[in-house]
Design a protein around this ligand. Structure first.
Ligand SMILES: Cc1cc2nc3c(=O)[nH]c(=O)nc-3n(C[C@H](O)[C@H](O)[C@H](O)COP(=O)(O)O)c2cc1C
Length: 366
């Protein structure tokens, strides 16, 4: 099957076309990566490419409890444990840069950090904090022009630190309602400066971040994740002009020569299905304008992954939840073995339970 064939992504050789989708797992006590995380990623190094959990380029972007950062040398050194383990296992690994923006609680932030967003519009609902349990979302402060420039700089510095930590590349998280999506969406972006208003201006932040990361580490080592029509984290789903906005964005990102564009479809998790015609047009625009590869994700099994790769819709396919409970997913897909089901109760809890203690097939045989 083509799914198991090697692939060249930018300048990086992958041993197969199975990608581990980025998944927040909240095991980074003090926001610093550790040896438990190195063990977890090492267990999954048989995938062609691992994309790490969302990792903040800034103290201001650490909205969730126990998510890792990549803005200090201590965090860089913690991540080195992870990259060394994955490389020793023959794997490749990109770090996902996720600035959470307004998705967070001040109680989860370090001293001196603050919740920032394009506009001062709070999320609905509540978020977990280790200090006081569930809390309603705080209202973010609307970013000044200086805050925006500083945040773009933070992405660039994070990319440099990631490179020093041994990562093969960086995935910019432009999906799922975090800071970059907050700029893209007219519901959360009500600015009237260069970064808000019409679709072209709402795309500016994503493009400026992409340029900054590319300047730091090179286009062939930079990818981006996008979720048009997403509704997670209070995003609007559909709105007037969305097709044109995202098609333009994909073309502009392609022109920067990025290694890949990674598309999210969360309909398998109950979200509305993204407009497939628009997703196809985006992928074509990205490729035609000079962009690299396409990664598709969401609800994949072996057959659908193989079909999308065979017909050229995707170059690579990302698996999320199956990789939580099946560290040896590649082997299971290869042999047609059954898949274990992940325990949602331990998705975000501290410690090794539900994290590094899922057995591989070989463990049953001993
Ligand atoms: C526990 C968990 C954490 C996630 N965290 C992230 C994240 O940090 N960044 C991101 O882009 N997507 C995140 N996702 C979404 C996944 O990358 C993926 O798109 C989703 O699980 C659908 O793929 P699947 O059907 O193969 O699981 C997360 C999903 C899960 C289940």
């Amino acid at each position: 099957m083509k799914l198991f064939s090697p692939f060249r992504l930018g300048t990086v050789e992958l041993k197969n076309r199975i990608v581990m989708a980025p998944m927040t797992r909240s095991r980074a006590q003090g926001n610093i990566p550790n040896s438990l995380m190195a063990e977890y990623y090492d267990q999954r190094a048989s995938t062609g490419l691992i994309v790490t959990e969302g990792t903040s380029p800034s103290p201001n972007g650490l909205g969730y409890a126990r998510i890792p950062g990549i803005f200090s040398t201590e965090q860089r050194d913690g991540w080195r444990l992870v990259t060394e383990a994955v490389h020793a296992g023959g794997g490749r690994i990109f770090i996902q840069l996720m600035h959470a923006g307004r998705v967070g609680s001040t109680l989860n932030l370090p001293v001196g950090a603050e919740l920032l967003a394009p506009s001062a519009i709070a999320m609905s609902g509540a978020i977990w904090t280790d200090v006081k349990g569930e809390q309603t979302y705080d209202t973010p402060r609307s970013m000044t022009a200086g805050d925006i420039a500083a945040a773009i700089e933070e992405y660039a510095r994070a990319a440099t630190l990631a490179s020093e930590a041994g990562f093969d590349g960086v995935e910019i998280h432009g999906a799922n309602g975090y800071l970059i999506t907050q700029f893209l969406d007219p519901g959360s972006n009500q600015r009237d400066d260069d970064y808000g208003g019409d679709a072209t201006r709402r795309n500016c932040f994503a493009l400026d971040v992409a340029r900054a990361v590319i300047n730091a580490i090179g286009a062939s080592r930079t990818g981006i994740r996008l979720s048009p029509y997403g509704v997670f984290n209070d995003m609007s789903g559909t709105y007037e002009g969305i097709a044109g906005q995202y098609t333009q964005l994909a073309a502009d990102l392609g022109r920067l020569g990025m290694a890949y564009m990674h598309m999210v479809d969360h309909s398998a998790m109950g979200a509305p299905k993204p407009d497939q015609a628009v997703v196809c047009t985006m992928c074509k625009s990205f490729r035609d304008s000079g962009g690299g590869s396409i990664i598709l994700s969401g609800g994949y099994d072996r057959e659908r992954a193989e079909a999308d790769i065979q017909d050229g819709t995707a170059d690579l396919v990302a698996f999320g939840r199956p990789l939580i409970a099946n560290p040896d997913l590649v082997e299971r897909l290869r042999t047609g073995a059954s898949l274990a089901v992940p325990d949602q109760a331990t998705f975000y809890t501290p410690g090794k339970e539900g994290y590094t203690d899922y057995p591989g097939l070989a463990d049953y045989r001993v």
